[in-house]
Design a protein around this ligand. Structure first.
Ligand SMILES: [Fe+2]
Length: 297
């Protein structure tokens, strides 16, 4: 396979997992099973793997009872081929970033791979041939995919440069000079989003549910258990998805449950010109009533 299709370096394919250190492993396992619909596959007192679909896992939890809140320490992206993986390694090395080994538990779960720290210190793991299951979980109310992380950063320009110029993610849309939505080769409108902020943190992880009905059933469960909804029903102008966001800092970043996230056609993927949208709440959620309707974000 050409590593420079359409005259451009290839990006990673798509997001596969986040690795999150949590204070109460058992409680977070249960939270993710009930509220997100993940299936617990493997665990001991130190870690747990949960999956959404056939891919081996979408969340890895690590126990650290000394914490009071969770901390997301790594995100994993699959890569289409050995050739693209080698090219990424060359680009990362040429840009002066250190290549680090995959986490030990990932080493048996893919063919080849490595890690790199982004400018904020977040570990990005890149690998080929992620291990999968023959069947998806036999759970009706579950996500189909982990779509993207949304990263807040106090090194916005440097971080945008890293993910676009070095890793090859393609800009899909900008909102002012504070947010950029970036896509990988899976052609989701965004497989990664970056926001200019006073500090760095993983702001949310987005799961694509099977339908809008399932998003609303997830919302009903959150209301029933009184889990805080950090941002209620949002109709996203950039990706066209409709979503809400659950948030309990003990259990991870905000979890976005969405339906209808835009997927570009192969032609759009190569030719799309990113929009430059004004910094207006209606350019984030088209259901906002006016330019000053910033509440609930
Ligand atoms: Fe999102």
């Amino acid at each position: 396979m050409s590593t420079h299709a359409a005259g451009r370096p290839r990006a990673p394919y798509g997001m596969e997992y986040a690795r999150i250190v949590v204070p109460d492993l058992a409680a977070t396992r249960e939270f993710l099973q009930y509220h997100v619909g993940l299936q617990l596959e493997q665990h001991d007192d130190e870690y747990a793997f949960l999956r959404a679909d056939i891919e081996h896992h979408c969340i890895e939890l690590i126990s650290d009872p000394s914490l009071t809140e969770s901390r997301t320490e790594a995100v994993g992206f699959s890569v289409e081929s050995d050739a693209v993986l080698d090219d990424l390694r060359e680009r990362i090395t040429a840009a002066g970033h250190e290549i680090i080994p995959l986490h030990d538990r990932m080493k048996g779960l893919c063919a080849r791979g490595f890690g790199v720290r982004d400018p904020n210190g977040l570990i990005v793991e890149l690998f080929t041939e992620f291990v999968e299951y023959a069947e998806p979980p036999l759970i009706e109310l579950r996500p189909l995919d982990l779509v993207h992380p949304f990263l807040a950063t106090n090194k916005y320009d440097e971080t945008v440069e890293f993910y676009t110029r070095v890793l090859g993610f393609l800009p899909s849309d900008y909102v002012g000079d504070v947010t950029v939505f970036l896509r990988g080769e899976d052609r989701y409108h965004h497989s990664l989003a970056l926001q200019r902020n006073d500090e760095h943190y993983v702001a949310h992880l987005c799961f694509m549910m099977k339908s809008f009905d399932h998003v609303m059933r997830g919302r009903a469960r959150a209301l029933y258990k009184q889990v805080p909804i950090a941002s209620d029903m949002v109709n996203h102008s950039a990706s066209t998805s409709i979503a809400f966001y659950l948030y309990d800092p003990k259990h991870g970043p905000r979890y976005e449950l969405c339906d209808g996230h835009r997927v570009f056609t192969p032609e759009e993927h190569e030719t799309h010109r990113p929009r430059r949208m004004a910094l207006d709440p209606r350019n984030i959620d088209v259901w906002r009533a006016a330019a000053d309707d910033w509440g609930r974000f």
